[in-house]
Design a protein. Structure first.
Length: 127
């Protein structure tokens, strides 16, 4: 089975390019430009894994992650950030994020994270 991915990033060019690369690997990918849009989308559509940018106007990735885990705790969230910090990484994990990657990251690394996040979701569902 193929995981259903939601890619959320305010940079349209990055979002479009990454979605194309993931689709080329056979993944089902939807894209949105903001945390608020993602939260609205989760009210209507079930996703397995979300790839979420940290720095976005309006609502950042950390606030979005906290809200996602409240309304759709089954979604595994991978955070993409251009600015690594131990504090942010710790906060992401404490809020229930699956993992985080530095932008730009090789698509193979992201694919590996998506696969393992999806496996974790399936394993949790089976319990």
């Amino acid at each position: 089975m193929t995981p259903k991915i939601l890619l959320v990033d305010d940079e349209e060019r990055f979002r479009t390019t990454l979605a194309k690369m993931l689709r080329a690997q056979g993944l089902e990918v939807a894209t949105l430009g903001s945390g608020r849009e993602a939260l609205e989308e989760l009210q209507n559509v079930a996703y397995d894994v979300m790839v979420l940018d940290v720095r976005m106007p309006d609502m950042d990735g950390i606030a979005t992650l906290a809200e996602i885990k409240r309304i759709a705790p089954q979604v595994e969230v991978i955070i993409l950030t251009g600015h690594a910090s131990m504090d942010a990484a710790l906060e992401i994990m404490q809020l229930g994020g699956y993992d985080y990657l530095l932008k730009p990251c090789p698509v193979e690394d992201l694919l590996t994270k998506i696969e393992s996040a999806y496996e974790r979701k399936i394993a949790r569902k089976g319990k």
